[in-house]
Ligand binder design. Sequence first.
Ligand SMILES: [Zn+2]
Ligand SMILES: [Zn+2]
Length: 278
Amino acid sequence: MAADYHMHLERGPWALEWLGRFVETARARGLSEIGFSEHPHRFREWRTLYPANVPAWVDKENTQHLDSYLRLIEEARGAGLPVRCGVEWDFFPGCEAQLERAIRAHPWDYAIGSVHWLPPEEPGGPWWDFDNLSRAGEWAGRDVLDAYRRYFRILTQAAQSRLFDFIGHADVIKVCGHRPAEDVSDLYESAASAFASSGVCVEINTAGWRKPVGEIYPAPRFLQACRRAGVPVLINSDAHIPEDVGRDFDRAAAYAGGMGYTEVATFASRTRRMVPLA
Ligand SMILES: [Zn+2]
Ligand SMILES: [Zn+2]
């Protein structure tokens, strides 16, 4: 197995001991690289990348300084660990220029683009953190198909911004288990073609198997559409604890292989290199 580039240290301290447990699991599971991808909302320097009208938890968690993250990764690299550094950026339409400045300010190995937020439905209303399992009640009374359509519109804009190396958990809108009764193949097809024309990869993210939806991201028909469009993939765990690093990668590799994929993407200094799937 090549690498696992999507994980978060946020449940532990900025300490080599905590980071090292993620690396040890990666080694034990046969990965040759590991990469971290913190959430920007944690860092004071990046609060302005978020709209003012987001739920209160964003400000509550906006307490860290970017230096702590960057310094820890440098220490981990200095200790000879095969560690890559990225960020899982939140995409808000209209904020591309500001986001681009934040991404360009540091020498990341890769940039993940994720859509975790849907815009207010009425002026002045709050942005909706639809994938927040602790606020899953927010789905009550929502039009599920409309939520999917809005999500996929923003996902397409995220790809078209060309700010990212790969798209995170491309159909995370399903995370709580809400699915429209209608067929959404058209959404998959147009997202896949936007990924292809923008030159962005899509991650196969095993965390979906650990969530209420119980399905990997992207769903089979969505991944098939990506494959037909020629979108490259990579496999990630979205681990928040060491035990989840590289989790279910054999199963995910079989899933990708079954769709006809033979290679996965690796990244260093924002340069993509394709390597055999397994
Ligand atoms: Zn995410
Ligand atoms: Zn994540």
